[in-house]
Write a protein that binds this ligand. Structure first.
Ligand code: TYM
Length: 344
């Protein structure tokens, strides 16, 4: 038997990504995802949603969830997403995501999901007490992407495995139903210095919404004082900054702060080292704090401004949902036909 090369997808390029409304957004979300969204909207047709269906895989207070969704929308707008260019919407407002996710649940294999490291991390020691949704979460993610036949998915490094699963599901669907090239195999857009921002308290742990220590992360809503203080308190070693990248890689906390500086200043780590190598943290940290305040201060301010008019956010989300439904419905209609569902 000879393996045939998969037929390439011939449809248009399209960007899709999303963020969960499950806690305050932090610098990692901003650099790993939001700034990329704002940039890509000028290059491709862009769909950015608030992943509220993903958020409820762990308990969310129903009285707060809709407002958390608005907060993420405000963060999108504050970081430069323009509703005239990008389609911004809540995931749950487009039912096609759930419908395609069910079909994909029947395409994905248990063995594939068993390998997902994020489920293992999130479920911890008591996996039998996790929701079934948390387990099939990456299947819903594949549906989010493929219901729009998105070709490019800007995400942080931690989503890499979920994107690989998405490609596996697309490939298996195309193969099983003998529809070569029906779904694209989407490309993750991960590269860049902001792809993996680490905790300010531990250079080996990811900066995360769920870290119990607020000093581990810079929140988008932190004011200038909080940002400066968290950087001042960030864990470091007593040595001056190294003069080359090899030495930097061996020092996770220093590496992280240099990476953050580079991502905020749009410089490579090598360029940051060229400027600060040999200097102590007493010099570098205040420079980083000034930069972070200059870059993030206006984002936090804009977020608060947008949140001052929730009715306007709701209008933007409703209009986005309408456009998203129009884009998603034809895919699901075709998939229903391909799968062989009754249509009367
Ligand atoms: P979420 O809400 O956990 O994170 C949103 C985005 O932020 C990125 N990110 C980071 N980037 C760099 N450094 C960090 N420390 C850091 N922490 C988080 C994430 O990689 C992500 O891009 N499953 C997704 C949401 C989702 C999705 C999708 C994304 C649902 N469906 C379809 C893309 C396409 C998630 O939980 O992201």
């Amino acid at each position: 038997m000879t393996d045939q090369a998969p037929v390439p997808y011939a449809g248009p390029v399209r960007v899709l990504s999303g963020v969960q409304p499950s806690g305050a957004l932090h610098l990692g979300n901003y650099l790993g995802a939001l700034v990329k969204f704002a940039r890509l909207q000028h290059e491709m047709d862009t769909f950015i949603f608030v992943a509220d269906m993903h958020a409820i895989t762990v308990w969310q207070d129903p009285a707060l969830l809709a407002d958390q969704t608005r907060e993420i929308a405000a963060a999108y707008l504050a970081s430069g997403l323009d509703p005239a260019k990008a389609t911004i919407f809540p995931q749950s407002a487009v039912r096609e995501h759930a419908e395609l996710a069910w079909i994909f649940n029947c395409v994905a294999r248990l063995g594939w999901l068993d390998r997902m490291t994020q489920f293992k991390e999130k479920s911890g020691k008591h996996k039998e007490r996790s929701s079934v949704g948390l387990y099939t979460y990456p299947v819903l993610q594949a549906a989010d992407i493929l219901v729009y036949k998105a070709t490019h998915v800007p995400v942080g490094e931690d989503q890499k495995q979920h994107l690989e699963l998405t490609r596996d599901i697309a490939g298996k669907f195309n193969h099983d139903f003998d529809r070569p090239g029906f779904f694209p195999l989407p490309d993750p857009l991960i590269q860049g210095p902001g792809a993996r921002i680490m905790s300010l308290r531990d250079g080996t742990a990811k900066m995360s919404k769920s870290d119990p220590s607020d000093n581990s992360r810079i929140n988008l809503t932190d004011d200038a004082d909080a940002i400066a203080q968290k950087i001042r308190k960030a864990k470091t070693d007593p040595e001056p900054l190294p003069e080359n990248l090899e030495d930097l890689a061996a020092r996770p906390e220093a590496d992280n702060l240099v990476g953050i500086y580079g991502a905020l200043a749009e410089m490579t780590k090598a360029q940051v080292i060229a400027e600060f190598g040999g200097k102590g943290f007493g010099t570098f940290k205040p420079a980083l704090a000034d930069l972070a305040v200059a870059k993030l201060g206006p984002v936090g301010e804009a977020m608060r401004r947008f949140l001052g008019d929730r009715a306007e956010i709701d209008r933007i989300l409703a209009a986005g949902a309408e456009k998203a439904r129009e884009a998603a419905a034809p895919t699901v209609a075709e998939v229903r036909e391909i799968v062989g569902f009754w249509k009367g």
